[in-house]
Structures are given as structure tokens and as C-alpha cells.
Design a protein around this ligand. Structure first.
Ligand SMILES: Cc1cc2nc3c(=O)[nH]c(=O)nc-3n(C[C@H](O)[C@H](O)[C@H](O)COP(=O)(O)OP(=O)(O)OC[C@H]3O[C@@H](n4cnc5c(N)ncnc54)[C@H](O)[C@@H]3O)c2cc1C
Length: 401
């Protein structure tokens, strides 16, 4: 569980800078608990990376596609008057290996090796520099470390386990088995399931915006940081905001870098046969631009309005997306035919898609926590967890502590 960095006086009006999901959900909990809030958003509309695009053949998400939620989260959505859609259960995850789409299959000898390693191997000593790959490879062996591990992490963090910093993602525990439990629980958390909303993820943003209508100022151009502010932008915008008033913090925030990331949704008459009953396909290599595919109507069938199929390709790019998508579908994925029939493509490129959970981020966050803060704080996914679920709990626990 992560918390905002800094300190606020909750007895005074709290100024939130940035009305993406982080600023809005924090504003929601503050208002609901009786605190005075004002929210400033630079753009004309709120929601930041969460937008739902409407095309002629269907809808597409630009950022988060689903919320991994439990009853505690759903109760708050009910308070906001929101209905939700539950994801289909028992969908498989597939993997792209040697140009072929297959079910994830772990050879028996690898499972025996894993059990042997759990019993007899001790985890390596963890330093601030240890990568996720360095930690897990001795336990998993080369086959799983080369195929399964990258698929799991690239799909969430858009960085390979060799680039991801271990301490950035995990608490340091003692035994190998407890890390494995953690790894598998990421998706199988008890009582949690993926949800979306009948009108797409933007419905959550609209509900938060309407709840906070009296507190929100959009198209705002603040020239200085009001006292008692919490900055809920990404790290790069936070660095700009603090450039003059808190230069040490600004310079540390500049050390945090971002991955270009774009969701490109293809609405096509053609069905990818390997996608039937599948959540999606993961790509464990950094071959080409596509990190993975999400089977939108397979996961949320109620969103399907016509006979088309909807697939979102998550790409590590923000430029020439269509040309790169066409190239990879034909030459790497063997799915060129998706574009040969009637189709529509909806997308939005993000140059600063998600933070790199690398050693530089860990260092910057550790140093930011050491600074003296007075009626000023930072909040957002670069501080801790990337998911809407983690941001939700960080905001809720901070307000209700
Ligand atoms: C392609 C993609 C897919 C994803 N998929 C999922 C998923 O399926 N599930 C999941 O849980 N998470 C997912 N995520 C992660 C999730 O979407 C993000 O963590 C979350 O939306 C980040 O919200 P934020 O408010 O912290 O940042 P942002 O959305 O970046 O919002 C920051 C806001 O601050 C505003 N701002 C900036 N500077 C100023 C200023 N000077 N003054 C006022 N306002 C300012 C910006 O305009 C913006 O509105 C995905 C992310 C991406 C990019």
C-alpha cells in the first residue's frame, strides 16, 4: 500500500492540482468525509489518461480498460450511482511464442524444477539495484524466466523483468514461496474481479466529475501553487509546477521517466479464432511494438453492439502507430487478415504512458520522502502502484486514516 508523499492540513481547504483519476478519486474521498476541497485541471475536460472514444463501429478505451475491484470498491461506485459490468469468468490467457499463438503451457520438468528450487534454494540478496529478472531467474529457471515472466510483467508495466526494479514492485519478504504467492495473487486476489461500466471507463470519470462539480475548476492556469496543495499530475508536470517553489523536489521528480504506450483498438468483421474464450494474448519478447492484445467483447460481452469484434493492441509506441501495427500483425503475429476486411481503428497515443518502475524511480521516491514538506504533497501512480485499484486504496486509506 502506498501513500501520498508530503503533509497536508486537513482542517484547511485542500487544493488538488490535476483531475485525472488520481486527483478525482482523492477529491471524492475528501469531499465524502466532509473536508473542503478545490480541484484545478489544466485541460477543458477531466479524466487524464482515462477516456472512452466513440467510433462508427464501437467504442475504445485510451487508458485503463478495466478496474480490478472488490466489494469495498463497488460499494463506493454504488454511492456514485454507477452500474458496472463484471468480466466473464474462466477466460484463458494465451502467449505468442515463435510466431504462434498458444495456451500458456509449462513443461512438467519445469514444474519439478520450480518445486525443487522453492524447497532448496534461498532468494538472492536484494539490493536497491536488483532487477525482477535477477531475483526470479534462479527460482524459475531459464525457460520460465525467458517466456512466462516477461509476458506477465510486460503486460502490466510495459518493461521487461531485466529493466524492472525488484524493490519498486515488491515488499522484501523472506522466502521464495511468499514471493511466488504474491506473483500469482496479483491476478487471483480473493474477492477481486475485473469490471468495467456500460458506457466504458469514462462513465467512472463522469460520475466523479459530477459528484465534484462544485469543487472543480477546469481550463485552469495556476501561476503559483496555492498553500495546502496536493499535486496529482504525472512526475514530469509535478516537476514543472514545483520548479520555483521547491527546486530540490522538482529536480528529483525529473529523474522519473515514462514509457510511451498506446492502446490501439481494431473493430473488425474478422474474428481471431485463437481469441475465442481468451482474455488476451501476451507477447514475452520485445519483438515489434505490440505488447499484448485484449479481447474486449470476450471479456465484457454486453459491450458488443453489432457483429464486429473488438481487439485492443497495447503498443510500446506513440508514433506511426497504424503502420507499425499493420507491419507487426502481418510479420510477427500472423494476423494480417484483421485489416483486410471492413474495420475501424480507434486510438490515442501517450508519450508519457506509464512510469518506468526502475531503479531511478525508486531512488527519486526514497529521496522525495526524506525532504521536509509543509502543506504540500504529491500523489499519483509514479509514487506507488500503477493500477486504479492501488490508487483507489491509497486515496481512501489516506483520507480515512
Ligand atoms: C494504455 C494504458 C492502459 C492502462 N490499462 C490499465 C488497466 O487496464 N487497469 C488499470 O487499473 N490501470 C491501467 N492503466 C493505468 C491507469 O490508467 C493510470 O495509472 C491512471 O489513469 C493514472 O491517472 P493519474 O490521474 O495518476 O494521471 P493522469 O491520467 O496522467 O492525470 C493527470 C492529470 O493532471 C493534469 N495536469 C497536468 N499538469 C497540470 C497542471 N499544471 N495544472 C492542472 N492540471 C494538470 C492533466 O491534464 C491530467 O488530467 C493503463 C494506463 C495506460 C496508459
Amino acid at each position: 500500500m502506498f501513500s501520498p508523499i508530503g503533509s497536508l492540513d486537513l482542517k484547511k481547504t485542500i487544493h488538488i492540482i490535476g483531475a485525472g483519476y488520481s486527483g478525482l478519486i482523492l477529491g471524492y474521498f475528501l469531499k465524502k468525509n466532509g473536508y473542503q476541497v478545490k480541484i484545478f485541471e489544466r485541460e477543458k475536460k477531466v479524466g487524464g489518461k482515462i477516456q472512452t472514444l466513440q467510433g462508427a463501429l464501437g467504442r475504445a478505451e485510451t487508458g485503463a480498460h478495466a478496474f480490478f475491484a472488490n466489494d469495498e470498491i463497488i460499494q463506493e461506485f454504488q454511492h456514485l450511482g454507477l452500474d458496472h459490468l463484471k468480466a466473464q469468468k474462466r477466460l484463458s490467457k494465451k502467449i505468442l511464442l515463435d510466431g504462434k499463438i498458444n495456451a500458456i503451457a509449462i513443461p512438467k520438468r519445469e514444474i519439478f524444477r520450480l518445486i525443487w528450487n522453492i524447497v532448496f534454494k534461498r532468494p538472492p540478496h536484494i539490493t536497491n539495484e536488483t532487477s525482477v529478472d535477477q531475483f526470479f531467474r534462479p527460482l524459475l529457471g531459464d525457460f520460465m524466466a525467458d517466456n512466462i515472466l516477461p509476458a506477465a510483467f510486460l503486460g502490466i508495466y510495459a518493461l521487461s523483468p531485466t529493466e524492472l526494479n525488484f524493490k519498486s514492485l515488491f515488499d522484501t519478504r523472506r522466502q521464495y514461496s511468499s514471493y511466488l504467492q504474491f506473483l500469482f495473487q496479483v491476478r487471483r486476489k480473493k474477492g477481486f474481479h475485473s469490471i468495467s461500466f456500460p458506457q466504458g471507463m469514462n462513465q467512472l470519470i463522469i460520475a466523479l466529475r459530477d459528484y465534484l462539480a462544485d469543487e472543480l475548476i477546469t481550463d485552469s492556469h495556476l501561476t503559483s501553487v496555492p498553500s495546502n496543495s496536493i499535486i496529482c499530475t504525472d512526475a514530469i508536470d509535478a516537476a514543472k509546477i514545483l520548479e520555483d517553489s521547491k527546486p530540490e523536489a522538482s529536480s528529483l521528480l525529473k529523474g522519473i521517466t515514462y514509457q510511451r504506450l498506446s492502446s490501439v483498438t481494431v473493430l473488425s468483421q474478422h474474428e481471431i479464432s485463437e481469441m475465442k474464450s481468451a482474455f488476451g494474448i501476451l507477447n514475452p519478447t520485445i519483438n515489434g511494438s505490440i505488447l499484448g492484445v485484449i479481447n474486449n467483447y470476450g471479456i465484457f460481452p454486453a459491450q458488443q453492439r453489432n457483429s464486429h469484434f473488438s481487439y485492443t493492441f497495447v503498443m510500446r509506441e506513440d508514433k506511426e502507430l497504424i503502420a507499425k501495427l499493420q507491419h507487426d500483425l502481418k510479420n510477427i503475429w500472423g494476423l494480417g487478415h484483421l485489416m483486410e476486411v471492413k474495420h475501424e481503428i480507434l486510438y490515442h497515443p501517450w508519450t508519457r504512458g506509464i512510469p518506468h518502475y526502475n531503479h531511478a524511480r525508486l531512488h527519486a521516491i526514497d529521496q522525495l520522502k526524506q525532504l521536509a514538506w509543509h502543506e504540500l504533497a504529491l500523489f499519483g501512480n509514479y509514487i506507488g502502484g500503477i493500477s486504479l485499484r492501488e490508487i483507489f486504496f491509497a486515496a481512501k486509506r489516506f483520507v480515512e486514516r
